[in-house]
Design a binder for this molecule. Sequence first.
Ligand code: ZN
Length: 250
Amino acid sequence: MEPTADPDPTDALSAVPAAGSRRAVPVTGHLRFYYGPMDCGKSTLALQVDHNHARQGRKGLLLVLRDRSGKPQISSRIGISRAAIEINADVDLCELVRSTWAAGSRVDYLIVDEAQFLAPAQVDQLAELADDSQVDVYCFGIATDFRSTLFPGSRRLFELADDLQPVQVDVLCWCGLPARFNARVQDGQVTRAGDTVLVADTGHSRVGTDSEPLPEQWSTTVRYQVLCRRHFRLGDLGLSQGVQGQLSFA
Ligand SMILES: [Zn+2]
C-alpha cells in the first residue's frame, strides 16, 4: 500500500486554549442539581447552601415551586424556613433575574427548591443564566414521581446540569432498606394513577394550593410514603400503615 500522509492530529478538534491564554475563556456559572426522595433533607440543604453563600457576602434569590407549607418560603422538616419567591411554570427566569438587576439588586446565585416542578424550558433558562450571566444555580428536588417516572423538570436537569448530586441522607423504607421511591398512598393503598403533581406531605396531607385545589375527597386521604424499590413494586406498605412517614411532624 502507498503510505499516506499522517492526518493532522489537530484536524478533528480545535485546540483548547493554552494555560497562558485561559483569560480568553469565558467564565461561566454552574448549574447543579441535588436530588433525592421526599424526606431526605433537600430543603434543609438548600437553606444551608444559601446561608454559606450569604455569609460570604453573595446575594441570591430563593425560588420555590409549591412548597409543602403552601406559603412563599423554603421550609424544611426540621423546622427552619426562609422567605422565598414563589414561581410557577410560566415565569421566565431570565426575565426575573434581569428585572432584579434592573431594580438595582445583585443576583450572584439562585436557589430553586422543589425544582422537579420546573418546566423544562425554565431549566434551559437556568442554564442560560449560568452560561451567559455567571449566575450559580442550585436546584433541589425529587427525581421521580409516584409512578417512578422522571418529572419533566428533573429530566431536563439531568440533561443540562453540570453537576448531579444525590443527597446523601439515608431515607429508609419500613423494611430498613434505602428508600428511593415516593409512593402515593390513597385510602391505605399505593396508587399509580392520577395527576403527576399532587402536593402532599409524608404526614397527613395538607395539600392543594389556591390555584390547584384538591378534590374534596382527597383532602384527608392522600399522603406519600417512601419505599424501597421492592416494596414500591409490590405496593407493600408494611405493617406500619398507621405510620405517616419517617420524619413527619403533625
Ligand atoms: Zn422495603
